[in-house]
Structures are given as C-alpha cells and as structure tokens.
Design a protein around this ligand. Sequence first.
Ligand code: NAI
Length: 436
Amino acid sequence: MGPSASADRGGESGSDIADPGLAEAGRARIGWARRSMPVLGLIGERFAAEQSLGGLTIAACLHVTTETAVLVDVLRAGGAQVFLAASNPLSTQDDIAAALVADGAAVVYARAGADRVTYDEHIHRALDSGPDLVVDDGGDLVNTLHTQRPELLGAVLGGCESTTTGVIRLRRMASEGTLAFPAVAADTTATRLMFDNRYGTGQSALDGIVRATNVLLAGKAVVVAGYGPCGTGIAQRARGLGAQVIVTEVDPVRALDAIMQGFRVMPMTAAARVGELFITATGSRDVIGAEHMALMRDGAILCNAGHFDVEVDLRALTDMAVEINRDVRPHTDEYLLGDGRRLLLLAGGRIVNLVAAEGNPPTVMDVSFAGQALVLGWLAREHGSLRPGVYGVPPAIDDQVARLALASSGAEIDALTPAQQEYLSSWQPLFPDSVP
Ligand code: NAI
C-alpha cells in the first residue's frame, strides 16, 4: 500500500505514517484503552516522579495499537524519547499512529499494510535514533541491529523482548555468543503468560475468527495446534463456547496435559480429516502443510495465532489453488482447489487476533506492558552490572505487577504470618508431635 496524499513522510515529526488527519479518532480510542489500564497508569505516575528513563532514547518495534500507545505515554512520562516502528504492518492502526505523532508522544514509522521493504525501512529508521534501550516484539529489530547496524550496538544498554518467538531467537543469539547486550525475556513471567498468552490470546484469537467469518463456534470441530499458553487459552475458550476441541502437539507432556484437561489429542493428519476450524499457535513452521490440506473437508477455515505467518504453509495452499478469491469477507480469502473443495484462510495466515480483531484487550496488555515498563526501568538502573545474555524478568517485578493488578481490581489477599513464614522456610520439625 502506498502512502496516502496526506501521509506524513519525514514531515515535521520525522515520522512516516499514513494519515495525520486520523489523530482525533486515535486519541479517543487511546483514552478508552487507558481506562482499562490502571496498572500502567500507576507506573506512569511513578516514572514521571522519578524520571526513571530520563534522557534515554528507546527504539521500539511493537504492534501499533491503542495499548502500545498507553505504554509509549508511560515511557515518555519517565523521560524517554521513543521511536516506534510497527512489528506487523497488518496490525498497525493508522489512527493510533497519527495520535502518537500529533501529541508528540513518539516518532512513529508505521503504516497499515506497508510492504516488506517499507517494514524493514521503518525498523532502520527507528534504529537511526541511536537507541540506549530497545523493545522488540518478534525479534526483527534486534536482528536488524545485530546483522545490519552493528555500529549502533555499543550504545545499547539493554533490551526487552515481548513474545515467545522473539525470545527463542534471542536465546539462539546468546548461545552463539552474538547477542551484544543484556536482553530481558518479558514473556517469561507468570503474570504475562497467564494474561497475555492464555487469557488474552485465548479470547482475542476467537474474536478475530468470529469477526472475520461470523461463524458459530458451538458444535464446531476446532483443531488447536500447539498446547502452550496460547493454545491452552484458545482451546479452553473455544470449549467454553461449545466447540468440540481437538489438540495437536509434539511435546508429550503438553499433549498429556491436554488429554487430562479433557481434550482429544491426535496428529494433524488425523485432525485434518475431522476439523472444521484450524488454529495454529506453535511458533513453528508448516504445522499445516499440503498433506493436511489435501485431507480437509470443504469449507474448512484455517488461521494462525502464532507470531509469524509460517505456521500454515501458504505456498502449498497457493500452489494447490486453481482460484483465489480475496476478501470474500474482510480478512477472509477463499482458496478453490482442483477437486472443487474450498479452504478459507483468515488474515492471510498472519496473527489472527491482531489482524482481524484488535489484539489483546487493554486489561491484558495493562499487565504485560506494566511488566515491560518496569523491566526497562530496571535495565536503565542495573545495566552496568549485567553482562550480554538473556535474562528472565526479576521475580520482584512479576510480584509487583500482580500486586498492582490486584489492588486496581479491588481485590485483597492474605499475607503470611511470621509463624507461617518460619514454618515454610524451616527444615526442622516445628511440631515434633505432628503426623503426616
Ligand atoms: P510455546 O512455545 O510455549 O508453545 C507452543 C507449543 O506448540 C509447544 O507446546 C510446542 O510443543 C507445540 N508445537 C511446536 N511445533 C508443533 C507442531 N508442529 N504441531 C503441534 N504442536 C507443536 O508458545 P506460546 O507462548 O504458546 O506461543 C505460541 C506462539 O504464539 C508463539 O509464536 C508466540 O510468539 C505467539 N504469541 C502470540 C500472541 C498473540 O497475541 N497471538 C501472544 C503471545 C504469543
């Protein structure tokens, strides 16, 4: 998609966005999201008071959504200058990009539907800022930094990666000794895996599917590939809506867990024959290939909730098709096969909850981004004592995020008494007469 007549290409702001005229609409939607993001709001107040990111430049590659806009505001409140590139051109919300630019919250390089060349160029332009900290979602910014812009690496104090797929790439870099700075795997926290991957993706993936197809999930044979936190959430929510859920896995422990949770588990070759709706969430490639598509029933729906559009083999699907009807509904393409069957592909095989819906709800992203904001504050303070490598989120941050989220939802919990603490930490019998 080319820039519109009103596009801001390197204008006053230096940004590259589709339409600055959308700022008002974007502002209203950011305001709506902010209402459901109290934890981030509290962190923003603290960041503003302490200037936790004072004087730092942050290059971020994130989905340009309302929730990201709230995060950007918090980073800016903390004193950072933010340069934001889109982590997926199909998830970019042009009105949000416009609002961020109009309010001077960030320099933004993002246009919905941008092609691959523009996508890469946007990442380079965010890196042109010469960042002190980087925030990534999927690893493309960190990858570009190491492979194409190594001259910038010396200035980078640390980074933070949002999603499982990006963390896998980071760990590979670290094991090869190429990762040049400390990077925090933000997806490793319990709060994050619970909120973002399980509850968030669980709901929003189905939201995207329903928006794209208006399909009734009750009674449908839904195949979920991958029973990680994302697949677990999707499978549980689909079952909640009355679907008959089948899980495919390659990990025996997770497959067993799925069975114990009451799901049917079988290989994709078997599931392909009975499934009506297929949702991949594995982080791997070719999970649904030509051999599976050959077995599927007429009208089967295929989509992906994993990070990259490689989980459904799109090349195989295209090769098998004698006719492709794009956008039979928004975000739904129909592939007519030689034998007369039709397969429906949602969101072009890309991350369905972000392309066909609005991504995870703000309440979910509140918790995820709260953790990420605190991680950036921690990196700004502690980078001097950290060596290059992949770090988990410090447990104290996870604990703090959960406590803030509980407080903002009005819930209270008990605290261990000193006697309980002693009992739980001692190895000596405190009650010698007690029996197991
Ligand atoms: P995970 O790595 O914990 O789980 C993936 C599961 O898929 C594993 O149990 C693995 O054994 C299984 N798997 C791998 N190859 C398979 C195959 N060929 N067939 C069947 N199962 C297979 O990952 P998690 O956290 O569940 O995330 C999954 C993907 O979703 C990642 O790409 C992640 O980046 C992405 N993600 C998407 C979100 C969204 O908003 N849509 C949010 C968070 C993560």
